[in-house]
Design a binder for this molecule. Structure first.
Ligand code: PMP
Length: 427
């Protein structure tokens, strides 16, 4: 069933480290060979062997309207006809920035970059520049991309490979990264007592890189209060949750406002885009207005802007879109839980908008340590493997979240639950 992919993987490994351009794609934590994808079709992925999968990964989040959405594709094709990149301002950038800032009372300006990594790295530089301080607070299991100072106990692929940090990152560059436990208020308070040099807290308010583990509203409020009390800035990394968990991401779910928000994924609809946004006072520090330097040759690329613009306008124009996506996410995970229970297996599930997560565990994990301590990764690997064989493509690591797109129907979810029932009988 995977002959061509197996061969393609062997060939890729000859010329690309591990055969992939982003580690988690290699299926190391679940085993087996990653299917090589030939194309997407609505809710489905089709691999080079001709296997078809219902896609719950959605390119790790961006494809909220599924593959090959006609309107998004059309806007990309029309834009491409005018050229791929100019390295000069275009109207599209302002239009997309307006779509973002008009969602938030506390956000006035957006700077576009080309990835989530750039967005968080730049947001941190800005926070340091604004406050004149050095330390940053980061939480175990939160992943904010692969810039040096953030590769400290990150989730996602870093967690999969069990690296607390990466070789190649000098300790000097991470000594200002203060690590705290997610959802642990005491720990965070202590951190602020110990350092008077904290520039910012960076947090995934809905963590999707240790599986789906949302921060409690109480915890996020504490983050806000501590930042206010100590003159630090609060950064919500909404690269994954932005426009996904709700139209306003986590910021639309909890009653806490961040000072800087980072975006990615959905605002590019599958094209390489990231962004960071803040009030005009904070953004006044950013080059060319201010002294904090940040730049990018392809930043605000017109083709990417066009895709994002169409995607965001579409998102905003469909009434109750996130309620409907969440209904389907709940239907999926509750269905999985029901068949798990029927088969004597403990499964913990959760959703936020179109994001969903499940852990093979008897209680709900609330931080990274609990995810690693008591969630059954072996069972997840087996489940993943068997579901792929049945045509259901879940994220290939227990440390990742799943996504519902608008083109996933109720009957597709029913089929998935029926398949999971069969798989769980032998799990
Ligand atoms: N922040 C979060 C919350 C993410 O989920 C990711 C990527 N999964 C990143 C930052 C980094 O984004 P990118 O892979 O585009 O660099």
């Amino acid at each position: 069933m995977f002959e061509k992919s197996i061969k393609a993987y062997e060939e890729a490994c000859q010329v690309i480290p591990g055969g992939v351009d982003s580690p988690v794609r290699a299926f190391k934590s679940v085993g087996g060979t990653p299917p090589f994808i030939a194309k997407g079709e609505g809710a489905y992925l089709i691999d080079i062997d001709g296997n078809k999968y219902l896609d719950f990964v959605q390119s790790w989040g961006p494809l909220i309207f599924g593959h090959c959405d006609e309107e998004i594709e059309e806007s990309v094709i029309e834009t491409v006809k005018n050229g791929l990149s100019f390295g000069a301002p275009t109207l599209l950038e302002t239009e997309l920035a307006i779509e973002i800032v008009e969602m938030y009372e506390n956000i006035d300006k957006v700077r576009f970059v080309s990835s989530g990594t750039e967005a968080t790295m730049s947001a941190i530089r800005l926070a340091r520049g604004v406050t004149g301080r050095n330390d940053i607070v980061k939480f175990e299991g939160c992943y904010h991309g692969h810039s040096d100072s953030l590769l400290v106990q990150a989730g996602s692929g870093m967690a999969t490979f069990g690296s607390p940090s990466s070789p190649g990152v000098p300790a000097d560059l991470t000594k200002h990264t203060l690590l705290c436990e997610y959802n642990n208020i005491e720990n965070l308070r202590k951190c602020f007592e110990d350092s008077s040099d904290i520039a910012c807290i960076i947090i995934e308010p809905i963590a999707g890189n240790m599986g789906l583990v949302p921060a409690s509203e109480e915890f996020l409020k504490e983050c806000r209060e501590l930042c206010d009390k100590h003159g630090a800035l609060l950064i919500f990394d909404e690269v994954m949750s932005g426009f996904r968990a709700s139209l306003k991401g986590a910021s639309g779910i909890v009653d806490v406002e961040a000072d800087i928000i980072t975006f990615g994924k959905v605002i590019g609809a599958g094209m390489p885009v990231g962004a960071f946004a803040a009030s005009k006072d904070i953004m006044a520090h950013l080059s060319p207005d201010g002294a904090v330097y940040q730049a990018g040759t392809l930043s605000g690329n017109p083709v990417a802007m066009a895709a994002g613009l169409t995607s965001l306008r579409k998102l905003k124009s469909i009434p109750n879109l996130h309620t409907e996506l969440n209904r389907k996410a709940v239907k999926l995970v509750e269905g999985l839980k029901e068949v798990a229970t029927k088969n004597g297996i403990g499964l913990q599930v959760d959703t936020r908008g179109s994001m969903f997560g499940f852990f093979f565990a008897d209680k709900v994990p609330t931080n990274f340590k609990e995810v690693t301590d008591f969630c059954d990764f072996k069972r997840f690997g087996k489940f993943h493997h068997e579901m792929i064989k049945k045509g259901f493509y879940f994220a290939c690591s227990q440390y990742e979240a799943g996504f519902i797109s608008t083109v996933i129907s109720d009957s597709m979810i029913d089929e998935c639950i029926a398949a999971a029932d069969e798989v769980m009988q032998n799990l």
